[in-house]
Design a protein. Structure first.
Length: 122
């Protein structure tokens, strides 16, 4: 059975710290201001954050479900056909996207600010 965006919303919003918003004029899900997924303009696919390695693995294993367009070649995102993806697979994918967004947020907060100095304690 094909998933609807309502199904996607239910799954995404069940994850910790995920809120609904918009991105490029489409409904989206974010955590700590970082995009984890959004509905593609075609209304039939979801754009989900991932790694280049995971994207290649998913596309090789299930090319009918996971794909990219030329636009996304240089970005760590995968397109997911809602008509083909299973809810458990989507939940796992959104959890990984959330984890990646959280890691990026933590790394950014740990970077020293411009003009600040780090002190070494002995």
């Amino acid at each position: 059975m094909a998933l609807t965006f309502k199904d996607v919303s239910r799954i995404a919003l069940s994850l910790e710290n995920v809120v609904e918003g918009t991105s490029y004029g489409t409904p989206a899900f974010k955590a700590d201001g970082k995009l984890i997924a959004r509905l593609r303009e075609d209304g039939e696919s979801l754009v989900v954050g991932t790694t280049f390695e995971e994207r290649e693995e998913m596309m090789a294993a299930e090319p009918e479900t996971y794909y990219i367009t030329e636009h996304y070649l240089k970005y760590p995102w995968v397109l997911v056909r809602l008509s083909r993806v299973q809810s458990d697979s989507l939940r796992d994918l959104l959890r990984r996207a959330l984890r990646l967004a959280t890691i990026k947020t933590r790394r950014a907060s740990m970077r020293p600010r411009a003009g600040s100095s780090r002190r070494e304690f002995k």
